[in-house]
Write a protein that binds this ligand. Sequence first.
Ligand code: URA
Length: 425
Amino acid sequence: MDAITVIRAKRDRQALTDEQIDWVINAYTRGDIADEQMSSLAMAILLNGMDRREIARWTAAMIATGERMDFHALDRPTADKHSTGGVGDKITLPLAPLVAACGAAVPQLSGRGLGHTGGTLDKLEAIPGWRAALSNDEMLGVLRDSGAVICAAGDGLAPADRKLYALRDVTGTVESIPLIASSIMSKKIAEGTGSLVLDVKVGSGAFMKNIEDARELAETMVGLGNDHGVRTVALLTDMSVPLGLTAGNALEVRESVEVLAGGGPADVVELTLALAREMLDAAGLPDADPARALADGSAMDVWRRMIAAQGGDPDAALPVAREQHVLTAPADGVLTGLDAYAVGLAAWRLGAGRARKEDPVQAGAGVELHARPGDRVRAGEPLLTLHTDTPERFPAALEALNGDAVRVSADAEAGAGPIVLGRIA
Ligand code: URA
């Protein structure tokens, strides 16, 4: 077997054989295939696609390069959620403790932000003392004691994906449905959850810009999960506008705690409850009532236990950026557009995200919204507040919000669009 034959086969639109796929994944993980050869193959896959059999084999081969976790010793069913990433997407923070409060165990292995979308671990690290890196034993301990754990995936889980994703990130080969589906599902299947709910985002702030691509990605991932014995369901949800009223690490933790306290923006509450119901249903707990667990404080109790178990102080003041800049409404009317990508880019440029994996993030940086699309606004009223420790970043952030990113129309009807756009089971 050699890399050039495999690259040529995919370049010429042939389906790869099981043997070719197993060999490529193993040889690349071992270091026997050069990065330039793997990036050439990734580009051929991006351009020419893979069929269902190839995607299933590619995923299984990536899982087999690492360890598989096992939660069967727990006395509760396990449920996990994965979002394909968006702007202001803090849903994991209230969702994991909420689902745990309703009786499932939630092992949530999460990542850091790259580019304009935020990462769950960066958000939680805004809480003084909180630690993302846990050993497998520590992770199981937090899960057993709190019902939920949110932590970094260890190096042993699907190492082929770790290496391949880093390569795709710098070679323009992220946006391929077979490669995204196999990347996400190899980690989720190796993680050992019994059921999984996928939040597949659609819109300017998401990987998938249109509903057809999002549906194809969701169907591919649901098929992979169910074939591997993980009960998998997907919701297609809107990411044309940011979720909630905040994009940025500490800002999003504050909003998540508001949701756990029974308040918070309506769209964040609605999506948290929709995903919680799907997770509980998939975990075999269809009679649980997540709305009650938010209202009676039991989800907040799990949050506090979970944060404290990882060294965090749930009562500590969250970091606040040193400088603020307020953007006001240009006219009276209805806010008809607030582009998710533009807000994510602005938050990133303010210091909430990183350009390279090793860069630090600012805990307090980000964008706070004072109105959501569908709200009435008046000229001169605050629309957005930009937060950063480094005010020299304001001009670049403001540039991201220029043009069509913020739209106010005099004659539009007030009201917001739906969040959940579809369901794939
Ligand atoms: N997230 C992943 O883990 N992998 C991808 O390919 C894209 C998003």
